[in-house]
Design a protein around this ligand. Sequence first.
Ligand code: NOJ
Length: 471
Amino acid sequence: MSTLSTASGQARRGRNSKPDPRSRATFPNGFLWGTATSSYQIEGAVNEDGRGPSIWDSFAHTPGKISDRSSGDTATDHYHRYKEDIQLMKALGTRAYRFSIAWPRVFPEGTGAANPKGLDFYNRLVDELLANGIQPFATLYHWDLPQTMQDRFGGWTSRDTPKAFADYAAHVTSRLSDRVRHFFTINECSRHVYLGHREGADAPGLKLSPAGVNQVRHHIALGHGMAVQAIRTSARAGTKVGPAENAVSCIPAVETPENIRAAEIAMRELNAGYLTVMMEGKYTEAFLAQAGKDAPKFTAEDLRIISAPVDFVGLNVYTPDHYVLAADNERGFALAPFPASFPRMKAGWLRPGPEVIYWVPRHVAGLWNVKSIYITENGTSGSDQPAPDGNVYDTDRIMYLRNYLTQLQRATSQGVPVSGYFLWSLMDNFEWGDGFEQRFGVYHVDFDTGRRTPKLSASFYRETIARNAVA
Ligand code: NOJ
């Protein structure tokens, strides 16, 4: 800093006052700080204790599907190291943990006889979390469909799968809800539909016709609704449930009232097959018109089930999908193209646009009068190579998190009802088609030895949690 700027700064603040970084705006009292993971990405132990194969086992073992030819066979070996991993959470000061339950551990065949040893693992995990003062938040489905469901019914192309999912949800929640008070139904319906059933880049690797994709989308939304209903009757009274969706995110390009309104309209339209139908119990006219003859086949009863009331909405927030401008057209909005120079994080799809974590919860609360929102995922990958001294100086992740959390604090300070934040991810893990090449953790994992090492961002997150304000 130059002498000049130091001197003028002192003049403004008075001789002895120094800026105190700890006096920054805080998050609400009781704001819940956590981390997130999912079963196939961390557990490993794919053949242990009676687990059946999932569509991700088959997909990962199909040549050419995973960029580094890896699989989740061992992943971070969390199945055996969960106690150590809970200590990592504790060291951060987190009070909540979002994990997912592997359906094929609990029902190896998807339906039929349960495998008690499968649920035992989650019993042990939950007990250990609670013993360490960490609240468990469980996702029921993070894409690892039992392979037999795919083979027998065609997976989500069939209406049998939502029904089986609801039965599984009832089974799990009736046994865990004495200790797990919050459940998420399905993680990121939209990615599961798009990459799994349209692009073939995720399991089950299908490239369906537009009509087929729309039907899968409908069945997945139906699975969400049927699970919500099943939980209401099977779980302990007061158990809370909601989706964990990666909504198509729409940001006003310039924050004028007209653009804000246009971004809201875009948000509702572009999420018509997911959050909009879940919240409103109907497909928008524009969605049905655009789908035309390829529109999903559904009944009025389906829509009633899909929109079963939820207790909160979980939002996975990473990257802005659209910067929106008001427009004098039929839709009432226009989408600005991304310039080639827009920055990217290590994962090429991840454009850092921190204001997305302000706008998405604000739109969701405003459009559908949602009273409780969790940020169920947010984070970034980085190159994360240990320096010669062994430390990982992931200042790009710190930059990213600092900017996003500043925008999240902007939201909470304005009364947007965000109750908690789950950083993706606790530790590096199996990043689907990118294998182990994209590291998202605040703990570095050596995938040869399994050794966990805190990155610099772990200190940033610990400090933020301790202050309840962006560090
Ligand atoms: C969202 C998914 O839920 C999670 O499984 C994935 O690892 C992260 N995005 C990062 O891509």
